[in-house]
Design a protein around this ligand. Sequence first.
Ligand code: NAG
Ligand code: NAG
Ligand code: NAG
Ligand code: NAG
Length: 611
Amino acid sequence: KNLFLFLQLLQAGSTYLFLGPADGLHSHSILLDEERGRLLLGAKDHIYLLDPENLAKAPRKIHWPALRDREETCKLAGKRANLECANFVRVLHNYNRTHVYACGTGAFHPTCAFIEITGDKEDGVFQLLPNTVESGRLKCPFDPLQPFASVLSDQYLYVGTSSDFLGKDATFTRSLGPLPDQHYIRTDISEDHWINEARFISAHSIADTYNPDDDKIYFFFREASWEGNDKSILSRVARVCKNDVGGLRSLTSKWTTFLKARLVCSIPGPDGVDTHFDELQDIFLLHTRDDKNPIVYAVFSTSSSIFRGSAVCVYSMADIRAVFNGPYSHKEGPDHRWVEYEGRIPYPRPGMCPSKTYDPRIKTTKDFPDEVISFIRLHPLMHRSVYPLTGRPVFTRVRVDYSLTNIVVDRVLADDGQYEVMFLGTDAGSVLKVVSITQENWSTEEVILEELQVFQVRLTASSPILTLELSSKKQQLYVGSREGLAQVSLSRCHLYGQACAECCLARDPYCAWDGHSCSRYVPASKRRSRRQDIKNGDPAIQCWDYDDNIRLLEEKVLFGVQNNSTFLECIPKSQQAKIRWYKQNLGSEHREEVSVPSHPYFYTIKPSTHV
Ligand SMILES: *[C@@H]1O[C@H](CO)[C@@H](O)[C@H](O)[C@H]1NC(C)=O
Ligand SMILES: *[C@@H]1O[C@H](CO)[C@@H](O)[C@H](O)[C@H]1NC(C)=O
Ligand SMILES: *[C@@H]1O[C@H](CO)[C@@H](O)[C@H](O)[C@H]1NC(C)=O
Ligand SMILES: *[C@@H]1O[C@H](CO)[C@@H](O)[C@H](O)[C@H]1NC(C)=O
């Protein structure tokens, strides 16, 4: 099935593939620059400069291997040569107009450098500047597969990662900056309730008000927590002020504005106990007209060993801010539980950014009273949790043999409204294209529009999606794995079929029936003959030639041999199609419906069956 779908993608002309060297590309980071029309790919021992229009075009590349002795040390430490003891490029950020900042794992010895890119794509400058090579500790993970978060803002680099070979001590730091050795700062490690065994997921620079002094870095991670009675994994949203320069007498060179809160994503269980999706896997910010209020999409998985599942929850910045403006959490001592803090809160309110506009005496975090510093040291956790906008996930996948790992979201204008289409990467090498439709009565319906098997090594082994990037402008999705980087268009309308009804039933906001074929829906060229119904997918209203019994019933006859195992397949054109299997012996008039519970696309005739 998977191989078939991939071939179908290729035949549909909607995929370009960049494979790189034979021992794997290891597509770890993507820097898509739509303005300059370039795509930088951070991979194993290389940085590639690709044409986002066509990945198949020969790329330019920078060879950046790990140092030979680092590779040897890495192998001696028992790490795997091809998968760990190389330079996996994981950090790529635009620094200024001409330079990109890049970091790689350097065979468990992280290293960073500036890349200069100027002039033409074909013959301009594209080089690593050897005199800028520096240690990448606290800027890049040691381990190529460990999650981490980084964002570059105003030439400062903010990174959440582990700071050692063993990957234990995780911190959130700020480094780099327009001037050397300016305001290097990190989370406090003396208190384990600041950040504990964290796995950072993503970081973003978001303005909170119209006052630039209030600008913050919001970051997302999961960590071990003892909030319940046992140690468990919980997901967090946290923030720091961009103008934090640390404390004066204590918390020097440490964040003095760090606050964190729990992110909850759960569904009510049958027995009244909620099922929690507690392990954050990825975050996508969908921008709105208001820069201060992007919509936060989050992918979670369960940490339960008995029950495998993933979910997508959506949060608003307003709800996140309300939690940070609410009560703090308090823990009296090591043997006590976290409870709501009900004592006096010092001034200025801990977690607020210093600003002359608010109080001329407090220009920087070094002006904070000692009381504020000691309060934040002990109360970094907010008492309330952040709940999703709709109260529950917008999409869940449970009891399937894969987990969701990545998300990007596109806003699509259709005939009957605006839809947010989610592209979800899985650890099985596939991408699900999903839309969550809200009906008039506020019930939501999850519709899987397409299931694209992008990477398939052998029929049995699939390769997890490592990177996912979307270009709404170019209508392209970039999907990276260990094997390669694929460019897939956001829609393949013609695959839904040759009839209006088939197009309509697919409910894909990108596609509409134009009177002749199922094609890309362009809102600007609105024509009468365009037929689309995302909300209900009802062809009876949309298609004049629709007949429930005749038009849609497509019959395919497949033959099997008696006493022989035969593999029959029937791949539907759309995820919304229904498939029924009937069995009929040769020469007999009678046919009998058979149920195919596990995989509706296949039917295997067992040797003992007579057909
Ligand atoms: C960009 O940054 C690099 C590295 O700090 C510097 O050498 C270069 O002059 C800067 N370029 C511009 C246009 O500011
Ligand atoms: C909402 O409407 C849909 C059909 O439009 C229906 O299937 C669903 O049961 C309704 N839900 C509630 C809670 O009324
Ligand atoms: C098929 O197998 C059945 C028993 O499994 C046997 O009775 C029958 O004779 C076989 N038919 C042929 C054509 O081999
Ligand atoms: C069973 O089917 C396979 C292919 O479908 C064929 O090669 C083989 O000869 C068949 N065996 C018998 C006993 O009919």
